[in-house]
Design a protein around this ligand. Structure first.
Ligand SMILES: Nc1ncnc2c1ncn2[C@@H]1O[C@H](COP(=O)(O)OP(=O)(O)OP(=O)(O)O)[C@@H](O)[C@H]1O
Length: 325
């Protein structure tokens, strides 16, 4: 059963097509990530799916309702954590939760607030004004708030942008727990490859308003081709290519190492050690490289996600935070 179905979705700003006819499906209970550099069209897509923007053409059905024709029904069934903080900084964490819960008409509100603030480990800070919270605490509060009305689908736009590695890992734990404990469908956008890889069951790579590849991290990496194993052998005379059915390619490098192309390095390594033993070859050092999602993006576009993401995005976040003060 699908939680989200998108067909030929187009979103234009004036004459500019930010989303150029994308189609995809997200299954119920799945974590689905949109991975792509700044400006790829990820936020625009999230805004259309969460009914904040109207599609120019195409169709999007979210939690069983058409976003253009039944926006109110869609809104009832989804939760959103925006890229830009949207909590009230002058109010306490508890007050922010209370107001949101009342707007949505949440039943057993106080009980739910306590459970959720405990879930994101903010219960002890519930009476502190949000302006004294760190970026990570604010993001955790936003997550707790987005869960108050028990949404079927949660949209997270760059959930860990600008946060330190420890806080990011913490937020990843909450996201995994939401999926595992509540079978929640989670749609997240990110320009961090590790985030997509660590969290998502399936990933759509987006660039210039189009989905250029889609699949599990493993499936996407297979688009690049082989894993690579580098061997340093003991004797110079052993510097020749090894032959076996699991070795797709072999090259002796100028620095004296042997480079092997294999389908799966983890499976090939034990067989390689056996082969070396049988042939009386002594291996001094082994390193291997598995394609990363960055290699996939590079393979598909000739560019790196990092070039336009990473630091730039953090800088953008800091600028926005300063402007709000
Ligand atoms: N309101 C707007 N008016 C005109 N152009 C816009 C508007 N919002 C976004 N764009 C443009 O649409 C394109 C897609 O932007 P979008 O924010 O969806 O990308 P993104 O992948 O989410 O990147 P980011 O992470 O930086 O938000 C960009 O070229 C952006 O400049």
């Amino acid at each position: 059963m699908n939680a989200i179905e998108v067909e030929n979705l187009v979103k234009k700003y004036g004459d500019f097509k930010a989303v150029r006819g994308i189609s995809f499906e997200v299954k119920k209970g799945e974590i689905f990530a949109f991975l792509g550099p700044n400006g790829a069209g990820k936020t625009t897509t999230v805004h259309v799916l969460t009914t904040l923007l109207k599609p120019t053409s195409g169709r999007a059905v979210v939690a069983g309702h058409d976003v253009a024709r039944e926006p109110i029904e869609v809104r009832r069934k989804i939760g959103i954590v925006f890229q830009d903080p949207s909590v009230d900084r002058e109010l306490t964490a508890y007050e922010n939760m209370l107001i949101h819960g009342r707007i949505y008409g949440v039943e057993n509100l106080k009980e739910k607030i306590e459970r959720l603030l405990k879930f994101v480990e903010l219960w002890e800070f519930k009476d502190r004004p949000v302006k004294f919270f760190s970026g990570g605490m604010q993001r955790r509060l936003e997550i707790a708030r987005s869960l108050l009305h028990e949404p079927e689908i949660l949209f997270l736009d760059e959930p860990t942008i600008g946060l330190d590695p420890q806080t990011r890992a913490h937020i990843w734990d909450y996201i995994r727990a939401m999926k595992e404990e509540h079978n929640m469908t989670i749609f997240l956008t990110t320009h961090y490859m590790d985030e997509a890889e660590q969290l998502a069951d399936r990933i759509a790579i987006m660039d210039h308003g189009e989905i250029i590849a889609e699949g599990t991290a493993e499936e996407l990496k297979k688009l690049v081709g082989s894993d690579i194993i580098y061997l340093k052998l003991q004797a110079r005379e052993e510097l020749k290519c090894l032959k076996a059915d699991f070795i797709r390619g072999c090259k002796v490098l100028p620095d004296g190492r042997v480079r092997l192309d294999v389908e799966n390095a983890a499976e090939a390594l034990p067989r390689l050690f056996e082969l070396a033993k049988e042939s009386g070859i002594k291996i001094l050092e082994v390193t291997y490289h598995r394609p990363t999602l960055n290699d996939v993006f590079l393979h598909l576009t000739g560019r790196e996600i990092r070039e336009e993401g990473g630091e730039g995005n953090v800088a953008k976040m800091i600028m926005k935070a300063r402007m709000r003060r």
